[in-house]
Every structure is written in C-alpha cells, then in structure tokens.
Ligand binder design. Structure first.
Ligand SMILES: Cc1cc2nc3c(=O)[nH]c(=O)nc-3n(C[C@H](O)[C@H](O)[C@H](O)COP(=O)(O)O)c2cc1C
Length: 396
C-alpha cells in the first residue's frame, strides 16, 4: 500500500488535485502555473514572493484577533471565497459544499453568475453570508432578473466583474484543446423565459462590452445591496469607483485568466489604496496561497483577501471537508505569521510590516520566477517549450 503525502499546505492540495483532475482541464484552468498562456498569473505569485515581511518582537502576542468587518459584516478571518464558475467541475456538491465550508469558517463566499447550483439553492444551503458576483449581460432584462433574485435570496453584496468584458482570448482553449465544459450546467439560467440565454458555448460572448461607468447608476436603481467592483488594476479606475460611489472594489486580474502582461495584483494594491482613501473598502485576489501572503496584502491596505483556485483544489480533494481544511490551513498560517510578526489584530496590519522590493524589484521577482519555472520544468509541470517561452518573456 502506498501512503500519500500529508496535506499540510495549500500547495499540497494543489499537487493532490493535479493527480485527480483531467490534466488538460487542470492546466487550463486550475493550476498555479499554466504554462506560457498564464503569465499574469505567474506575476501574481512572483510579486507576492518578492515582498518580504519585517517581523517585530517582544510585542505580547499572547492574544491575537483575526476577525474583521467587511461592508459592515463581521467575519472570523479576512480570507474570503472568490467567485469561481461551476464548482461541480471539482466536486458533485459544488457550491453547496463551498458555501457550507465558508459558513463553518465564519467567512463570506461569493457565488459566480456561472455557478453549477442556483442562487436560491446556494442560499438555502449556506450557513454564512453570501455575495453575488454579476456578469453584466447585453440582455438587461436578464441582468436585472439575476440581481433581483440575489437580493430576494438574501445575498448581502453585489460584486460586478469588469476585467473580462471587453474581449476574450481563446488562446488557452486552443492550446489545451480540451472540451472541459461538456457537462457544465449553468443553473442560474434554467427556467428563465427569455430568448438567447447564455450557455456554456456562448457565455463570454453574451457580456455587455459596451458597459460604461454611468451604467452603475442603473444597477444601483435595481438593488439596495452594496456594490463591489471586481477587476480594478489602476489608481485611475479606483478613483472612478469612488466617484461613482461603489462601496468596495477588488484589485484583481481574474487570476491571470483575462489579460496577459499585467502586474501582479499586490504591486498595484498600494496605488489603489492611496487613490481610494477611506471612501471604499479595498480587497485583493491573485496568488494567495499562504498565511504570509494574506498578511502582506493586509499590510498594504487590503481589508480582506479572496482565494480562487484553492477552492477547486479543496473541493476536488475532499468536497466540503477539503474546502474547510483549505480555509483552516490559511487561517492557522495567518495566525502563526501574526504571532511571529508581533501583530495582535489583523485590523492593525500596516505597511511597516513589509519590505517592498526597491531598485532590484523587477530583477528579484524575475529571478524568483525563473527559479520557480526551472523547478517546474524539472518536476514535469512545464514542457521545455513552455519553459523556454516563459524564460524569453522574463528576460525581455
Ligand atoms: C476556474 C476559475 C473560474 C473563475 N470564474 C470566475 C467567475 O465566474 N467570475 C469571476 O468574477 N471570477 C472568476 N474567476 C476569477 C476569481 O474570482 C479570482 O479572481 C482568481 O481566481 C483569484 O486568483 P487565484 O486563483 O490565484 O486565487 C475564476 C477563476 C478561476 C481559476
């Protein structure tokens, strides 16, 4: 009998999930390093690694508090679940399991528009607060139906994703040539009596690419839920968010799934936080894999963080239990990091906790990324061709 390696960290869950999922599906969507078409994702990870912690000592850390408030709602830890489509690709219980695990951890789960269980089914199963992530469709009637259903079902915030509306690259689909969505059911559209509903083949094409800041007013007129904009990557847009009165925003590049060639999200966080001031809450996602990553994000001004891929890893390895463990591990790691950094309350994390890469910033993260890629090549995660292509980009 072979004994399996223990699952002690989020990367352990990633490695185990990679063994259980179809490899093309895993590499295309769920992996940390997806090869040459996921360079922005690599930047998220490398940028987090390049930031170092500045621990303080003799600070009486015998009592530590990890709880915080987002949009007026208390959560037990600043680690929330990012909206991610069709969790049934990882486990039959899909979003129901994820919502229960989030509830058990005392945190928020955001439900994707593209979920495999409906807005109402997830609300029924959930044991904690939920946010609803909206894709704004060309068909406004459809968009309105979704928003009203989320409010009716008790979701406490509306999260509008804006970083993949303008256009869509099919490079990853073409490269991995995997019909991953063969059994994908988008439950939120079942039973709606409108022509031309989104389905797995046309989903991204149905987004409203003409969307504009002024459309937020229309959205606001539909709901009393606070609005969070997901996918902000510049101080300019962060400032516009505040001018249009949104309550929160997420610094995010869709986990590298949208535009290639952008900065790691943590690199953008300081300019966004500065532009926003106290006029809205700022959250972040992209590459959070360790409690120390969470701490770095909080130190640079994020109120809380979201995790994306680790949801699929937890679910695929162990359903609800796996997801609970993923959240527990991150929470424990954050608690340990706080103890070792002299921090007693997550709400007091500030920039003095971190050392930003200075003049050698790009150089350091480039070397980190190269080193990691070489390791992945060695372990067989990257082909020689993928590695060479990554290397060329890194050295450019
Ligand atoms: C498989 C997958 C599906 C996703 N689906 C959605 C989605 O439906 N809506 C959305 O706003 N973001 C979606 N995202 C992006 C996540 O919300 C989040 O921004 C990203 O995964 C964070 O990076 P991380 O995976 O490195 O933690 C998805 C990401 C992944 C990996």
């Amino acid at each position: 009998m072979t004994t399996q390696a223990p699952l002690l960290t989020i990367p352990d869950y990633e490695a185990r999930a990679r063994e259980t999922m179809p490899i093309a599906l895993f590499d295309r969507l769920f992996s940390t390093y997806g090869g040459p078409t996921m360079f922005s994702n690599t930047n998220n990870l490398a940028a987090l690694e390049a930031i170092k912690l500045r621990p303080r000592v003799l600070a009486d850390v015998s009592n530590r508090s990890l709880s915080t408030e987002v949009l007026g709602q208390k959560i037990d830890s600043p680690i929330m679940l990012a909206p991610t489509g069709t969790h049934q690709r990882a486990h039959p219980q899909g979003e129901l399991a994820a919502a229960r695990a989030a509830g058990a951890a005392g945190t928020i789960m955001s439900l994707s528009t593209a979920s495999s269980y409906s807005i109402e089914e997830v609300a029924e199963a959930a044991t904690g607060p939920l946010w609803f992530q909206l894709y704004f469709f060309k068909d406004r009637e459809l968009t309105e139906i979704l928003v009203r259903r989320a409010q009716q079902a008790g979701y406490s915030a509306l999260m509008l994703t804006v970083d993949n509306l303008g256009a869509r690259s099919t490079e990853r689909e073409d490269r991995y040539a995997y019909i991953l969505d063969a059994e994908r059911i988008l439950k939120n559209f079942v039973g709606i009596e409108l022509p031309d509903l989104p389905n797995r083949d046309n989903f991204g094409d149905m987004f409203e690419s003409a969307l504009n800041w002024s459309d937020l007013e229309w959205l606001r007129s539909l709901t009393s839920m606070p609005i969070v904009i997901k996918g902000i990557q510049t101080a300019e847009d962060a400032k516009l968010c505040t001018e249009y009165g949104v309550e929160g925003l997420v610094v995010s590049n869709h986990g590298g799934h949208a535009l290639e060639g952008v900065s790691g999200t943590i690199q953008i966080l300081p300019e966004v936080v500065e532009a926003v001031g106290d006029r809205a809450e700022v959250y972040i996602d992209g590459g959070v894999r360790r409690g120390t990553d969470v701490l770095k994000c909080l130190a640079l001004g994020a109120k809380a963080v979201f995790i994306g891929r680790p949801i699929f890893w937890g679910l695929s390895v162990g359903g609800e239990d796996g997801m609970r463990r993923v959240l527990e591990i991150l929470r424990n790691e954050l608690d340990v990091a706080m103890g070792l950094c002299g921090l007693t309350d997550v709400k007091n994390a500030g920039p003095s906790l971190v050392a930003l890469p200075n003049g050698s910033n790009n150089h350091t993260s480039m070397l980190d990324a190269l080193e990691r890629s070489a390791k992945l090549l060695e372990q067989g995660y990257l082909t020689r061709h993928e590695f060479d292509s990554l290397k060329t980009k890194l050295l450019m």
